[in-house]
Design a protein around this ligand. Structure first.
Ligand code: PLP
Length: 486
């Protein structure tokens, strides 16, 4: 493909994507395919000779589209959203087109510098303490990680090294392996599975902290566990708080947990992957009070800020804690500006060396929506979720299972888990809307997350009508069945 053809095909592809998104609501949101569907539709080996672009594109419709779960559909209510937007898609195209890889400042000065400034912009939108910003020329700063899971892992590994060094300072004879075997991390029983995964990768023990009636971790519970563990020779070193848990969007009380972590030399990382984005709205910002006690904090703009995947913003108070843990310095990566206060070599801030120009997505989206536009987007989702909550509350067959704070509503049919599983199965089978479940206090619960950029009131009303029609059928069948048995 030469530049002339790329020009033509590129325009066609933009049309293809625009048409796809404009008409997405007419597609079945959850695909009707069986596992292994794709293999039989394409050859078992790559072609020896080049094929035409037309043939490739034809197969996108024939092979790919039937197996796509349409995350951008207004009928998609699962997980937490992927909230991309057209400016973000264009920025991604530009990033691919420039094709530059920014691991050090020298490898791509614009990539490194825009990332630093965008994380400051976003940090200020969130009213983060100055300690987390780069512009103050202090020790803190922000970085874009691929995912929240990576941010948590980075925090845990950095905390591990910091603690090992600290223990060895007072006890130089103690081996690293011995110290690591005694390290203990904590997180909420409601935390995302990526926290436990980070502990497995980091080779440390983790304890799940029980939550209160609002699914929040409280200070006294953590304090008690830390005291117990210290008494048996463990070294508490890491606590991952969650703001906006995955099952029900609950918030740990970081303003009371932070002081304990600080007093006990425990690194506090805050995982606010979804809900953290909403802290750009002043009415939600109080939930972040206590961030000043944290060592690191991360949110996923790709979940709730109209930025496409992948983009997880992470801030640390002392960037040296990260870079010291991961600094490698081979000759081929050295450059003349290394070590200057103005220069960030982001390869030392994360696991991969190579990095895409992801800050372009933030820059395009922030400029084209403005803070006001982003706030309006978040508020609209929250309002739609409240509407759905009211619809659920108005139906005596259903119950709300957790407080609705942002765009997530946890609900269930009053009755057994089996009944609710049957309802979800019917919802998935019909493919009109897509939800996933969670477990709350051992009960099977349905999660309804307002996700789409284009989700409107009518979609919420249609979704509720669909759910109640399916549930009425189920309840009628149950009633008939029980009637027969009696
Ligand atoms: N943390 C929380 C609270 C989440 O809700 C999720 C995913 O929904 C994650 C972490 C994982 O995010 P990622 O896929 O960016 O690793």
């Amino acid at each position: 493909m030469d530049a002339a053809e790329f020009r033509r095909r590129g325009k066609e592809m933009v049309d293809f994507v625009a048409d796809y998104q404009e008409n997405i609501e007419h597609r079945r949101v959850y695909p009707d395919v069986e596992p292994g569907y794709l293999r039989s539709m394409i050859p078992s080996e790559a072609p020896l000779e080049p094929e035409s672009y037309e043939d490739v594109l034809r197969d996108v419709d024939r092979v790919i589209m039937p197996g796509v779960t349409h995350w951008l559909s207004p009928h998609f209510y699962a997980y937490y959203a992927n909230s991309t937007s057209f400016p973000s898609i264009l920025a991604d195209l530009l990033s691919s087109g420039i094709g530059t890889i920014g691991f050090t400042w020298a490898a791509n000065p614009a990539c490194s510098e825009l990332e630093t400034v965008m994380l400051d912009w976003l940090g200020k939108m969130l009213q983060l303490p100055e300690d987390f910003l780069s512009e103050t020329q202090g020790q803190g700063g922000g970085v874009i990680q691929g995912t929240a899971s990576e941010a948590t892992l980075m925090a845990l590994l950095s905390a591990r090294l910091k603690t090992v060094k600290c223990v060895q300072e007072s006890d130089p004879q103690r081996s690293e392996a011995d110290i690591i075997s005694k390290l203990i991390a904590y997180t909420s029983e409601e935390a995302h599975s990526s926290v436990e995964k980070a502990s497995i990768i980091g080779g440390v023990v983790i304890r799940m902290v029980p939550t209160d009636e609002h699914f929040s971790v409280r200070a006294e519970t953590l304090e008690k566990m830390v005291a117990e563990d210290k008494a048996t020779g463990y070294i508490p070193f890491f606590f991952c708080a969650t703001l906006g848990t995955t099952p029900c969007c609950a918030f740990d009380k970081i303003d009371e947990l932070g002081p304990i972590c600080n007093a006990e030399n425990i690194w506090m990382h805050i995982d606010a992957a979804y809900a953290g984005c909403a802290f750009i709205c002043p009415e939600f910002r109080p939930l972040l009070n206590g961030v000043e006690f944290a060592d690191s904090f991360s949110i996923n703009p790709n979940k709730f800020l109209l930025v496409g995947f992948d983009c997880s913003a992470m801030w640390v108070k002392k960037s040296a804690d990260l870079t010291r843990a991961f600094q490698m310095d081979p000759e081929y990566l050295k450059h003349e500006h290394q070590g200057s206060g103005l220069v960030k070599d982001y390869m030392h801030w994360g696991i991969p060396m190579a990095r895409r120009f992801r800050s372009l997505k933030l820059w395009f989206v922030f400029r084209m929506y403005g803070l006001r536009g982003l706030q309006a987007f978040i508020r609209k989702h929250v309002e739609l979720a409240k509407t759905f909550e009211n619809l659920v509350r108005g139906d005596n067959n259903f119950e709300i299972c957790a407080e609705v704070v942002m765009g997530l509503v946890c609900f269930r049919l009053k009755g057994s888990d089996e009944l609710n599983k049957a309802l979800l199965k019917q919802i998935t089978r019909t493919g009109k809307i897509y939800l996933v479940p969670c477990k709350l206090r051992g009960r099977f619960v349905l999660r309804f997350v307002v996700c789409g950029r284009t989700t409107e009131l009518r979609h919420i009303q249609e979704a509720w009508k669909h759910i109640t029609e399916l549930s009425s059928e189920l309840l009628q069948n149950l009633f008939d069945h029980e009637g027969k048995e009696n």
